[in-house]
Design a protein around this ligand. Structure first.
Ligand SMILES: *Cc1c(COP(=O)(O)O)cnc(C)c1O
Ligand SMILES: [Zn+2]
Length: 408
């Protein structure tokens, strides 16, 4: 387990003691960054140690995470998701190479399992029995699934508009579900009040800095899986900003460890109707204004990003960029991604692929560059929006003639 040297506030720089404190900054309420003594860490844990580990899941990174390897861990297999070399889609988008990192292949079908891996491990180690989260959907289903795998109780706050499949997952995993008749931003505030009042373990990635340490495994994996063939760009859709920030941190740690000699540029993609971070980035400010968010991509329908600073700095420090895409483009890229690669992503997942097209059109990504897009959630999680992108054929009479007629 990586020994955390301090928790440093991203907003005011105040440091809290990791031994006695878990969540937001005690001085200003900002989000902490988990700081390690990397020199000591990489003296004990080397590239050779990593290469010698036969485990193909996030447990191979336990020495870089604030999780006790001897403590309780989920028996589910999280991470080490496959890379798909999407040649046809690359050609269509006008880039030299396109990798899709298929994070829909996690136990509950989304990237969020990386964070929940850490969340449930720390909750169980701290002898918490109830874990709670507010979510647009996937963080909740992920927490519910991983909590179920360890016998923990989960209390979940989601907007009542969350896609049916995600609400179904919650109920099937046995979560106590609070469907809030409001948007995600308000739902989040209510969850925070409930956590404060009832004393549950808080899995909200923005408040609980340790969850980003789980999300960084995506970056650790990209570096290990591609090493000498590292892409020029890593592309991710952005809501709160924790996923992109975590992935960047993982990539940066692999450079520090000496496994790779550079860090790719981060392309952050937001939906046009929910793009407060793009606006802040382009204005050159870290003050993010709350907006009324509206996009079909529910997982990134965020008007008040809870982790803005880490995401803005990750994009800036990597020499990256922000682009926006329309809901029309997002819906269009559900079948285009699936047909061009065989990978079926939910709206927020293919938002990353749509972002590549936008970035090519704006000259942000060049034709000779290689790109990796993270497919952050499964298309089966939101069938309703996927169906908007295709036409359902009429039912046929059960006869060969009818089939022949339909063929013609
Ligand atoms: C949560 C999520 C995102 C965005 O992650 P943030 O940390 O909120 O920026 C993107 N895609 C999917 C499928 C998600 O569930
Ligand atoms: Zn602070």
């Amino acid at each position: 387990m990586a020994v955390v040297s301090t928790l440093r506030c991203t907003r005011c720089g105040h440091e809290d003691d990791p031994q006695t404190h878990e969540h937001a900054c005690t001085a200003c309420g900002g989000v902490h960054d988990v700081i390690y003594d990397y020199e000591a860490l990489f003296a004990r844990f080397t590239v050779d140690d990593l290469r010698a580990d036969p485990r193909r899941d996030v447990r191979r990174y336990l020495p870089l995470m604030p999780v006790d390897p001897q403590g309780p861990l989920t028996p589910l297999t999280v991470g080490w998701t496959p890379l798909v070399n999407a040649r046809r889609l690359a050609k269509e988008l006008g880039v030299r190479q396109l990798w899709l990192k298929d994070d829909s292949r996690n136990p509950t079908g989304s990237f969020k399992d990386r964070a929940s891996f850490v969340g449930v491990a720390r909750a169980a180690a701290g002898r918490h029995t109830v874990v709670a989260a507010a979510s647009t959907g996937n963080a909740a289903t992920s927490l519910a699934g991983l909590a179920a795998s360890m016998g923990l109780v989960s209390h979940i706050f989601v907007p009542a508009t969350a896609p049916e499949a995600k609400v179904t997952q919650l109920l099937i995993y046995g979560a106590k579900v609070f469907l809030i008749d409001a948007d995600y931003d308000t739902t989040y505030d209510i969850c925070q009040q409930a956590v404060a009042r009832f004393g549950w373990y808080d899995r909200s990635a923005a408040v609980n800095p340790y969850l980003v340490e789980g999300k960084k495994t995506c970056g650790l994996e990209i570096a290990e899986q591609l090493q000498d063939d590292l892409p020029d760009w890593v592309v991710m859709s952005v809501g709160d900003g924790c996923s992109l920030a975590g992935t960047y941190k993982g990539l940066a740690e692999m450079k520090r460890m000496g496994l790779v000699d550079r860090v790719p540029r981060m392309l952050a993609v937001q939906a046009e109707g929910a793009a407060p971070l793009t606006a802040a980035f382009k204005a050159g400010t870290e003050d993010v204004a709350r907006i009324e968010a509206r996009t079909c991509a529910d997982s990134i329908n965020v008007g008040m990003p809870r982790n803005p600073l880490k995401a803005l700095r990750a994009v800036r420090d990597s020499g990256g960029a922000f682009v926006n895409v329309s809901d029309e483009a997002i819906l269009d890229f559900i079948p285009r991604t699936a047909r061009g690669s065989g990978v079926f992503g939910e709206p927020a997942a293919v938002t990353a692929v749509a972002g590549i097209e936008a970035a090519r059109q704006q000259g942000v990504i060049g034709p000779g560059e290689s790109v990796l897009a993270v497919i952050s959630g499964s298309g089966l999680k939101d069938v309703k929006n996927a169906m908007r992108a295709v036409t359902r054929p009429a039912a046929l009479a059960p006869s060969l003639d009818a089939v022949a007629a339909a063929l013609a």
